[in-house]
Design a protein around this ligand. Structure first.
Ligand code: MEV
Length: 324
């Protein structure tokens, strides 16, 4: 094993979280979806380990994500996916990553439908390419992020890491593995309040559960995916026109369909009603569902909506996407 002298090197990267305005789950089956980046995100710092020979890194430290630090050499099944991620990084960057400490700081809680694994995947690749001074194109970044997301979720549609990498509102549609994604130019600033409950059952499990339901009710579910695709097209026009009331109403309709697909739950429905009763223009779950988070579209009343969530004991924060 050869160790390069990496002293005095340091690299940082950042990747945002994401919200899905319409099309989660249906996007896996070819419906159009729309996603926005969040203002909040995840930061990574990479630097050389002090005692690489002794410590046998890489060391993964993520105080608000993992209960303990992970040394690659000390395998613990509890962190299965993280080891597979490190294994992948080793295959890309070689033995030199054993010398590294990778420090993660995030305010995107995992398993809340806010793109935690995708932002981790994107930030890791960006930080390591920067650390080794390797050139990184957007296509290459998407390619690596897809591999890492596959470790986390088995068969991701790709919407999470794509919106995070593009860092702007996008429409996303994948048919027969052919990806179409395009930017959406907003007609007005949009401010969302995001409220979270407990972690969901995991994106992989939620997608598998839906796939089982689909096998039992193929025609019904396929029709619903078609309706969600139409809502996404309407919603895209409403976003371009800056027609906030219509965006909110379409979000409510999308939530109805998500409920009928079985990916909502009592607490998520309750969160949506808290939002609407507090003056939100619309509210729906975001991401895998079955737990996690909802997004509420505000109309100059974001603080009020956020305070309602807090009063009910939920976590909440505000994110604005401005017209570019
Ligand atoms: C997860 O953020 C979105 C899902 O549609 C899964 C995917 O698209 O890979 C539930």
């Amino acid at each position: 094993m050869t160790f390069v002298d990496l002293s005095n090197k340091l690299s940082f990267s950042y990747a945002s979280g994401k919200i899905i305005l319409v099309g989660e789950h249906a996007v896996v089956y070819g419906s159009q979806a729309i996603a926005f980046p969040l203002e909040q995100g995840l930061r990574i710092a990479i630097y050389p380990l002090k005692n690489p020979l002794k410590d046998q890194g890489p060391l993964l430290k993520a105080a608000n994500l993992l209960e303990t630090d992970i040394y690659f050499s000390k395998k613990d099944q509890k962190f299965g996916a993280f080891y597979d991620v490190l294994e992948y990084l080793l295959s890309v960057f070689g033995e030199q990553i054993r010398n590294l400490a990778i420090i993660i700081d995030t305010n995107i809680l995992p398993a809340r439908g806010l793109g935690s694994s995708a932002s981790l995947s994107v930030a890791l690749i960006k930080a390591l390419y920067q650390y080794f001074n390797w050139p990184l194109s957007q296509d290459l970044l998407i390619n690596h992020a897809e591999k890492l997301e596959t470790i986390f979720h088995m068969r991701p549609s790709g919407i999470d890491h794509t919106v995070i990498i593009k860092n702007k509102p996008i429409a996303f549609k994948k048919i027969d593995n052919k990806l179409n994604t395009w930017d959406i130019k907003q007609g007005c600033d949009l401010t969302f309040v995001i409220a979270s409950m407990d972690a969901h059952i995991g994106t992989k499990n939620a997608v598998n559960k839906l796939s089982y339901q689909l096998s039992k009710h193929t025609q019904t579910y396929t029709r619903i995916f078609g309706e969600i695709d139409l809502i996404a097209k309407d919603l895209e026009l409403a976003i371009i026109d800056g027609y906030k009331v219509r965006i909110g109403e379409l979000m409510n309709v999308a939530q109805g369909y998500l409920n009928s697909l079985g990916v909502s739950c009592e607490s998520l429905e309750k969160l949506c009603f808290i939002a609407r009763n507090s003056g939100a223009l619309g509210a729906k779950l975001t991401g895998a569902g079955g737990g996690g988070s909802i997004i509420a579209l505000s109309d100059g009343n974001a603080e009020e909506i956020k305070n309602s969530f807090l009063a009910y004991g939920y976590q909440a924060f505000i994110s604005t996407t401005k017209v570019l």
